[in-house]
Design a protein around this ligand. Sequence first.
Ligand code: NAG
Ligand code: NAG
Ligand code: NAG
Ligand code: NAG
Length: 381
Amino acid sequence: MALTIQVLLLQVLTIVFFLVLLKSDAQLMVEVPPLMKCKFDKIYQLGDSLSDTGNFIRESFLGAFSPFAKLPYGQNFPQNKSTGRCSDGLLMIDFIAQGCGLPLLNPYKDQNANFTHGANFAVAGATALPTEIMVEKKISSNSLITNSSLSVQLDWMFSHFKSTCSSADCSEDLKRALFLVGEIGGNEINYGLLQGKPIEELRAMVPEIVQIIINAVKAVIGFGAVRIVIPGNFPIGCIPNLLTTFSTTNSTAYNEYHCLKDLNNLAIFYNDHLQKAIQDLKKDSPKIILIYGDYYNAYQWLLKDATNLGFGKNSLQKACCGIGGDYNYDKSRICGAPGVPICGKPGTFISWDGVHLTQAAYKWLTKWLIDDTLPKLNCQV
Ligand SMILES: *[C@@H]1O[C@H](CO)[C@@H](O)[C@H](O)[C@H]1NC(C)=O
Ligand SMILES: *[C@@H]1O[C@H](CO)[C@@H](O)[C@H](O)[C@H]1NC(C)=O
Ligand SMILES: *[C@@H]1O[C@H](CO)[C@@H](O)[C@H](O)[C@H]1NC(C)=O
Ligand SMILES: *[C@@H]1O[C@H](CO)[C@@H](O)[C@H](O)[C@H]1NC(C)=O
């Protein structure tokens, strides 16, 4: 009986929805967050600066006094506030939370925060590989700004569930939860590149990084997760700081979007490994929904359709907040340093500070990712 009423209600709602659509003109688009139909009640995020909503600035002095803790970071965030997000405003995880109809995800390190609808464990600068291994590989000297690698974040998650789940087994509490494991693993590549490690050496690290990520996914499944998105890396050859460092007069080094082919190929190599590992894990865990988050192709789409989406033709590879060179990026005068200018229209830039993206870019990337991911999430209407 209850079911019949639900079905009826759904039909009525569908009709109302179509009437609304019919009545509205194209410019009066009704924004229905499509993720709502998944009815997620919690979101958990592991990762780095692409998704940190305030852990790094809380965990150490290094973080508290980092540029991310103050304006212009956050200048387009509601109430013009710096929150530790590495952007001018919202991140992809924020748009995902909004799409689910949930509040923005609080950082785990904010002890007074409300974690009813999930928690964010991501830390800017974090690596997938543990710090000891980074040190062993000699890619740590002065680049490591945090020790909160994936395994540390998993420990936090474990403690969090231990104190919040209604019983020792969390699966009942987590059956409507969305998990995002990553993006993580991009930083060891960035640090290595910026420290002058040859690409071959970084390629050789990929299987190890991917294994660490897969182990984290297994741990998350062990906690009771049933829906997990595992994002890959962006086409890193398009990011202003790397474009600046690896700038060359060899025109064949660049692709049609003026991105560095060798660096993009490294990201493709990494993403391919990650996707194969996810496929293998799916065979072992057929009941768990595991989805690769295709950041690479989302970014490619952004570049391809940039002008239609409101980005400036000449600002696709320039940092909005920055100074110097072809890409508005100088590592000795970064965004937030005295006298470094901020562009007038961040919404027309993809890159915010030469490393991280603008809210506008994150918004469009999220749209692409939700469109790509939603069918795979198997959410019943
Ligand atoms: C945000 O606040 C800063 C400092 O108080 C101010 O300079 C800036 O104009 C504000 N930005 C916006 C978008 O309101
Ligand atoms: C935490 O948030 C939930 C849901 O938004 C709310 O029902 C609850 O009252 C909040 N708890 C506290 C202590 O504010
Ligand atoms: C990371 O850990 C090492 C060894 O315990 C310590 O020396 C270093 O200061 C830590 N780094 C940060 C950024 O916390
Ligand atoms: C130019 O770049 C391409 C692609 O990275 C590379 O194969 C080629 O060897 C480079 N040529 C020179 C002269 O460095």
